[in-house]
Design a protein around this ligand. Structure first.
Ligand code: F6R
Ligand code: ZN
Length: 195
């Protein structure tokens, strides 16, 4: 970890940072219970267990004042009619926001609060999204053939709470309907988060 100001490049065609500390790869097997169509999930898992997304992290000390940042890449594809997506999380320190800057692709950020409010915002190149403190967030790639690539930055001490979303899911899902992405209710959503 660097103790002096530093720079890195994002100008490779696939936006992989020229320097990073951690490369996370999440396959379908890490997403059990998150996709609505369980039969499609099992079939795909047994056939290929595809790589759904990758994250390149520039890791900073876990403390207020620092900023964690990096690149998130969601690969295209679907599980049943539901598009590839990240696990999604609340920040462990709930009152911490995050900025996403979309570099490539077409997608959505699905968000919700512990109180059950929800929001869905489109992501396309050049678009900046401010995720407010308290809002869980999940990115979804709706392109048939292109990666969804975003630069993210959030407080050093935010941490991640994955368990709440693993248990309750997101209130809204992004599915393909008549060839177009549509926002639909998640019939399995159960509010367990305690504000
Ligand atoms: C960090 C953040 C992103 C995500 C990344 C992968 O707070 O929101 O860097 O971590 O898009 O998604 P998750 O972490 O939900 O697997
Ligand atoms: Zn986050």
């Amino acid at each position: 970890m660097k103790a002096v100001p530093f720079t890195f490049n994002l100008n490779s065609p696939d936006f992989v940072p020229s320097e990073f500390d951690n490369h996370i790869q999440r396959r379908l097997s890490a997403m059990k219970g998150q996709f609505l169509d369980e039969a499609a999930y099992e079939a795909l898992l047994n056939a290929a267990n595809p790589l759904l997304y990758e994250v390149y992290e520039l890791q900073r000390p876990v403390q207020p004042g620092e900023l964690q940042h990096g690149i998130s890449i969601v690969h295209p594809g679907k599980v049943g009619s539901e598009y590839h997506m990240t696990k999604g999380h609340f920040h462990e320190v709930l009152e911490t926001g995050e900025v996403y800057y979309c570099l490539k692709g077409q997608g959505y950020m699905v968000m919700e609060t512990p109180e059950g409010e929800w929001a869905v915002e489109a992501l396309s190149p050049g678009r900046v999204l401010y995720v407010l403190p308290r809002w869980a967030h999940r990115s979804v790639n709706v392109s048939p053939d292109e990666d969804l690539i975003t630069f993210f930055i959030y407080p050093g001490n935010a941490g991640h709470d994955y368990g709440t979303i693993e248990q309750q899911g997101f209130r809204k899902l992004i599915v393909e309907q008549e060839g177009q992405p549509a926002v639909v209710d998640n019939p399995r959503w159960e509010r367990t988060a305690v504000p």
